[in-house]
Design a binder for this molecule. Structure first.
Ligand code: ATP
Ligand code: MG
Length: 910
C-alpha cells in the first residue's frame, strides 16, 4: 500500500465512525508558553482538554505534523542512528472529547489494524498501565479486560509509568495509556528471542506504532493529580512506522516516504545508502560518530548487488547515518519554513537552525559536501508530499532560498572554524586541547563539538571533553538563572466556561475575576495573572500587541493591567499587584490612546499587504507582522529589493485608501470555508477555528482577529520608514501612521531649523550646503598639494642623511607624514637609489606607524625580509604588522617606542 493510501485509509475509517476530519495544525505554537512546537497530535486540541473552548464535533481525526526536538519530548540525537525516530513525523490520531472512551478506542484500533490494514495479529503486542504507587493509581484493569477479547493474554504486557502514563508536559492533562507494538523480525530471529522480551527495549524491529491515551487526569504544579471534569480519548500512531509495517520493510527510511529523497541524496553526493540490517545505535555512543564499530554481518553491505567501493563497513555506516539525518532533517526544516518559522537566533527559529546545521554537519563530514546541497532536495520533497501538504508546493522557492542561504553561511562558519581550530592547535603545547578553547569555538562561532573532536582525532590530538562539558554546564546554569520562572496553580474564584472578548465594541466594562495565579520570573519578578468572565482587553496575537489599562474597584482603587497575553485561547491579564477584594466587581478600562494607535497600525498593515500584492504581484505572502502602538513591521516574500518607485507606489496606494474613507466591514462568526470561498486571505501557519472573523476595507479582505479602525480615515497618514532584507527572499517594511507620523514630521521640522541655524539662517539651505561642500573640496586639494610639496623637499633633505652600512644605503628616521605619504616617498627613493634600506616611523592621531622598504636586489642577495623585520620591530610600538619582503608596515598604540625601533634596526643592520 502506498503511503498516500495508508493515510487516507486511516482518515476514511474514522470518518465512517462519525469523526470530523481536520487538517494538520501549524507546527509552531503561538499561544502556549509551555510548548514551542506541536509534539503530539493532541497539542492543537489542548484548549478542548482544558475546557477553555468547545469543539464543534466531539469526535475528530487527523494527521498532525509533529516535531520532537525540544522540551519533554526530544528525539533529535536519536535521529539518524536508529531507523524509527524522526524529528518531524506525522501522527495519525483520533479523538473523543468527552464522548466515547476506552471500549470504542480499543475496538476501533484493533479493527483498523487487523481487519482493514490486514496486519497479522501474531506480530502485535499491547501494553497496559501497571499502576503507580507514587501517584496512588491502580492498574488499568478496564483496558486489560477489553484487550482480552481481541488478543491472547500472553501478548498483553504490563507497562510502568514511564511507558504507559502519558503526559504532555510538566503540567496539564494526562492519563494511562495502552500502546500497540509490532514485531517485524524474521521467523528465525523470533525463534531465537521471544518478542515479549524486546518490547520497549529499543529494538529497531520491535517498535511501538500506536499509543491510545485515556485522558482522565490533570497534573497540577505541585505534582499531584486531579480528575478531569470529562474523560477523553487521545490516540497517536506514527505514520512512518505504520508505513514500514504495511510496506513490509525493516526501516522507516525504506518506505516510500523517504526513498525518493534518499535516492536524490545518493545521486547528488555520489555516495550509496546501504543500510545494515540491525541497529546502528552503538555508533551513537556519547554522540560520537567515529567510535569503532564491529559490524558483524558484512555481507549485507553488498546486498543490493551494486559494486561497492566502500569496503569499510564502519565508513559505510557513517554514510548511512548521514543520509538518514539529512533526509529526515530536510523535511523538518522545509515544513517549518512553510509554516512561517524561519531559522533564526532565538526561540523556535533557533531550534530550526540547529536542526538544519546538524544536517549540514553530517553532509560536510560524511558525504564530503562542501557546497550547499540540501536545498536541492526540496524539489523531490515537494513533488512527493505536495499533494498532502500543498504549502510545500506553493512555497517551494522560498524554502529553497532560505535553506541555501543557511547552508552557505554555516559552511562559511565551518571554514572559519577550521582556521581557528588550527590556530588553537598550533598555540597549544599539549596533546590534549583545552575544553575552554573548544567551548569558545562552539559558543562564539557555532563550531560543533563533535566536528572538533573528529578533526583533533585525525591530527592525533585529544580534546579535554570534561573541560568542555564543564564550560557548557556553567553557561547553561547562567542562562537558566536568567530565565527561571515558576508558575503556581490557578486559584479558581468562579466557574465560567469560556471567557468572552468584547473589545471589538467596548473599551470599558464591568468584570469579575474568575481565576488568578502567581508567576515569578527573574526578568519580571513577581507578577499575577488574572482571567475575567469577560474582557475588553485584546490579548496579544496575530502580531498585534496586548492591551494595557487598569481595573477600578468599588472604592475607586486602581490596579494596572500591564499586558494581556493569550494562553490556550484564554486572555491572561498581567498585574504587579492583586486587587484587595478579589471577589468584587471591577470596572476594566483599556488604555484607549494606545489601542487607537495600535488599531491604526493594524488596519494600515492590511492596506499595506494589499498594496504590496497590487504593486509587486500576487506572489507576496505575509511572513510575519508586528503591530505596535508606535509602528508596524511587515515581513513578506519577495525576491528583490524594492525600487524607490515601487516604494512610493505602495505608500501612495495606502494613502489613497486612507483618503477614500473606507468603512470597516466585518463578519464575526462565519464558517472558515465560506470566508475562503468569498476570497478572504488566510495566513499560512496561522491556526484558525471552525468559524472565523473577516475584516474588509474595500478590496482588502482578510481573516483577522485583531482590532481595527472604524474608517480608514482614522489612520490619518501612512509613512514608510524602511525596507530591507530579513532573509533570502524575505523583505521587511517598517512604517508608521497617525500620531507617529505627526511626531516624525515635527522631529524633521526641528532638525531642519537646527540645520538652518547652523547655516546662519541661509535663505536657501541646500545652496548653502553645496557651496560649503565645494569650498571643502577645494581646501582638501590645496592641502594635498602642500603635502606633496613637503614630501618632495623632504626627499631632497633625506638624500644627505643616507649612510652606508655593509654595502647597504641605510636610513632610519621619524617623519611627519601619513601612511600613504611614506609609501610614496619610499617607492620614489627606491627608484633613485640601489641597495636601499629605509625604515620610517611616524605618529598619526596618537598611533604609531613603522614602514620598511628594502630594494629587491637586497632582498635577494642578503635574504632580508621587510615583513619579518616590521613584525619584530612592531613589539616596540605594541603592535603588529606584515607585508611583502620588499615593503611592509606595522601599526601600534605606543608612539613612544618609535625611537627604540629606529635604533634597533640600525643595530640589526650592523
Ligand atoms: P517511542 O518510545 O518509540 O519514542 P513514544 O512513546 O515517545 O515512542 P508517543 O509519544 O506515544 O511515542 O507517540 C505516539 C506514536 O508516535 C508512537 O507510537 C510512534 O508510533 C510515533 N512516534 C513517537 N515519536 C516518534 C518519532 N520521534 N518519530 C516517529 N514516530 C514517532
Ligand atoms: Mg519517544
Amino acid at each position: 500500500m502506498k503511503s498516500q493510501d495508508i493515510r487516507s485509509t486511516f482518515l476514511n475509517f474514522f470518518k465512517d465512525k462519525q469523526h470530523s476530519i481536520v487538517p494538520s495544525a501549524p507546527m509552531v505554537l503561538k499561544d502556549d508558553p509551555s510548548l514551542m512546537f506541536v509534539n503530539s497530535g493532541m497539542a492543537p486540541f489542548k484548549e478542548y482538554f482544558l475546557g477553555n473552548a468547545k469543539p464543534k464535533n466531539n469526535r475528530i481525526a487527523d494527521s498532525q505534523k509533529c516535531l520532537r526536538v525540544s522540551g519533554k519530548h526530544n528525539d533529535l540525537e536519536e535521529v539518524g542512528y536508529d531507523t524509527y525516530h524522526h524529528t518531524l513525523f506525522e501522527m495519525l490520531g483520533n479523538w473523543s472529547f468527552g464522548d466515547y472512551f476506552k471500549k470504542e478506542a480499543i475496538a476501533w484500533a484493533w479493527e483498523l489494524l487487523v481487519d482493514v490494514y490486514g496486519i497479522d495479529k501474531d506480530i502485535l503486542y499491547v501494553t497496559v498501565f501497571e499502576g503507580s504507587a507514587e501517584d496512588n493509581l491502580p492498574m488499568d484493569q478496564e483496558a486489560y479486560d477489553l484487550w482480552k477479547s481481541f488478543i491472547s493474554e500472553d501478548r498483553i504486557l504490563m507497562g510502568n509509568k514511564n511507558d504507559n502514563f502519558w503526559e504532555m508536559g510538566e503540567q496539564g492533562p494526562c492519563g494511562p495509556c495502552s500502546e500497540i507494538h509490532v514485531d517485524i523480525r524474521s521467523a528465525e530471529e523470533k525463534a531465537a528471542i521471544d518478542g515479549k522480551t524486546l518490547v520497549n527495549m529499543d529494538h529497531p524491529q520491535v517498535v511501538e506504532i500506536w499509543n491510545l491515551v485515556f485522558m482522565q487526569y490533570n497534573r497540577k504544579a505541585n505534582g499531584s493529580l486531579e480528575p478531569l471534569p470529562q474523560k477523553h480519548i487521545d490516540t497517536g500512531m506514527g505514520f512512518e512506522r505504520l508505513c514500514m509495517v504495511l510496506q513490509g520493510v525493516q526501516s522507516n527510511y525504506d518506505t516510500d516516504v523517504f526513498t525518493p529523497i534518499i535516492r536524490e541524496i545518493e545521486t547528488i553526493s555520489n555516495k550509496p545508502y546501504i543500510p545494515i540490517v540491525g541497529t546502528s545505535r552503538d555508533l551513537s555512543n556519547n554522540g560520537d560518530v567515529s567510535n569503532n564499530r564491529d559490524v558483524s554481518n558484512n555481507q549485507d553491505l553488498s546486498k543490493n548487488g551494486t559494486s561497492n567501493p566502500i569496503t569499510d563497513s564502519h565508513q559505510q555506516e557513517e554514510i548511512n547515518v548521514a543520509i538518514r539525518v539529512i533526509s529526515d532533517h530536510v523535511r523538518a526544516v522545509a515544513f517549518s519554513i512553510a509554516d512561517g518559522q524561519l531559522p533564526s537566533n532565538t526561540g523556535a527559529g533557533y531550534v530550526i537552525r540547529r536542526i538544519l546545521r546538524r544536517a549540514i554537519r553530517y553532509s560536510f563530514t560524511f558525504l564530503d559536501q562542501k557546497e550547499p546541497f540540501i536545498y536541492r532536495l526540496v524539489d523531490v520533497l515537494s513533488k512527493k508530499m505536495g499533494d498532502a501538504f500543498p504549502e510545500l508546493k506553493s512555497q517551494k522557492q522560498l524554502i529553497e532560498n532560505v535553506i541555501k542561504e543557511e547552508e552557505q553561511s554555516f559552511l562559511r562558519t565551518l571554514d572559519q572554524g577550521l582556521v581557528l581550530l588550527n590556530r588553537v592547535v598550533e598555540e597549544s603545547n599539549s596533546n590534549i586541547i583545552s575544553g575552554e578553547k573548544v567551548f569558545e569555538l562552539y559558543d562564539t562561532f557555532g563550531f560543533p563539538i563533535d566536528l572538533t573532536a573528529l578533526i583533533l582525532r585525525e591530527k592525533g590530538l585529544e580534546l579535554n571533553e570534561e573541560g568542555f562539558h564543564l564550560e557548557m554546564k556553567k553557561q547553561k546554569d547562567r542562562s537558566r538563572a536568567a530565565g527561571e520562572m515558576s508558575t503556581e496553580d490557578w486559584t479558581v474564584l468562579m466557574e465560567d466556561d469560556v471567557q468572552e472578548f468584547i473589545g471589538y465594541d467596548f473599551l470599558e466594562t464591568n468584570v469579575k475575576i474568575t481565576r488568578y495565579r502567581k508567576v515569578v520570573s527573574k526578568k519580571d519578578g513577581e507578577m499575577y495573572q488574572l482571567v475575567f468572565n469577560l474582557t475588553p482587553f485584546y490579548a496579544e496575537g496575530g502580531g498585534q500587541v496586548g492591551d494595557k489599562g487598569y481595573l477600578t474597584d468599588s472604592n475607586g482603587d486602581i490596579v494596572y493591567i500591564l499586558d494581556t497575553k493569550r494562553e490556550n485561547n484564554v486572555a491572561i491579564h498581567f498585574t504587579k499587584n492583586l486587587p484587595t477584594d478579589l471577589k468584587g466587581t471591577f470596572k476594566a478600562s483599556v488604555d484607549a490612546k494606545q489601542r487607537r494607535r495600535t488599531e491604526s497600525n493594524h488596519t494600515a498593515t492590511h492596506l499595506l499587504h494589499q498594496a504590496l500584492r497590487e504593486v509587486l504581484g500576487e506572489h507576496v505572502e505575509q511572513k510575519g507582522s508586528a503591530v505596535h502602538s508606535k509602528y508596524l513591521r511587515f515581513d513578506f516574500s519577495h525576491f528583490s529589493k524594492m525600487t524607490p518607485e515601487e516604494l512610493s507606489d505602495v505608500e501612495n496606494f495606502v494613502n489613497a485608501r486612507i483618503d477614500g474613507k473606507l468603512d470597516l466591514q466585518e463578519q464575526r462568526n462565519i464558517p472558515m470555508e465560506l470566508a475562503i470561498k468569498e476570497g478572504a486571505i488566510a495566513l499560512f501557519g496561522e491556526k484558525y477555528g471552525d468559524t472565523v472573523r473577516t475584516v474588509r476595507y474595500g478590496k482588502s479582505f482578510e481573516l483577522c482577529g485583531g482590532t481595527h479602525v472604524k474608517n480608514t480615515s482614522d489612520i490619518w497618514y501612512f509613512k514608510l520608514i524602511s525596507e530591507g532584507a530579513v532573509a533570502s527572499g524575505i523583505r521587511r517594511i517598517e512604517a508608521i501612521t497617525n500620531d507617529a507620523v505627526k511626531d516624525y514630521y515635527q522631529e524633521h521640522d526641528r532638525e531642519f531649523y537646527r540645520i538652518k541655524g547652523l547655516l546662519n539662517n541661509a535663505q536657501e539651505p541646500v545652496k548653502a550646503i553645496q557651496s560649503l561642500q565645494s569650498e571643502n573640496a577645494e581646501l582638501k586639494k590645496q592641502i594635498e598639494n602642500l603635502l606633496k610639496e613637503k614630501a618632495k623637499n623632504l626627499k631632497g633633505d633625506l638624500k644627505n642623511e643616507l649612510t652606508e652600512v655593509n654595502g647597504v644605503q641605510f636610513l632610519a628616521k621619524k617623519v611627519d607624514l601619513d601612511a600613504s605619504g611614506i609609501k610614496d616617498l619610499s617607492f620614489e627613493m627606491g627608484q633613485q637609489y640601489d641597495n636601499l634600506f629605509l625604515l620610517f616611523g611616524a605618529e598619526n592621531d596618537g598611533k604609531a606607524l613603522l614602514s620598511c622598504y628594502i630594494s629587491k636586489e637586497l632582498v635577494e642577495s642578503k635574504g632580508l625580509n621587510a615583513g619579518t623585520i616590521v613584525r619584530e620591530l612592531g613589539k616596540h610600538i605594541q603592535g603588529g604588522g606584515g607585508g611583502q619582503p620588499f615593503f611592509a608596515t606595522a601599526g601600534g598604540k605606543n608612539p613612544a617606542g618609535i625611537e627604540k625601533a629606529l635604533e634597533a634596526v640600525a643595530e640589526y643592520l650592523k
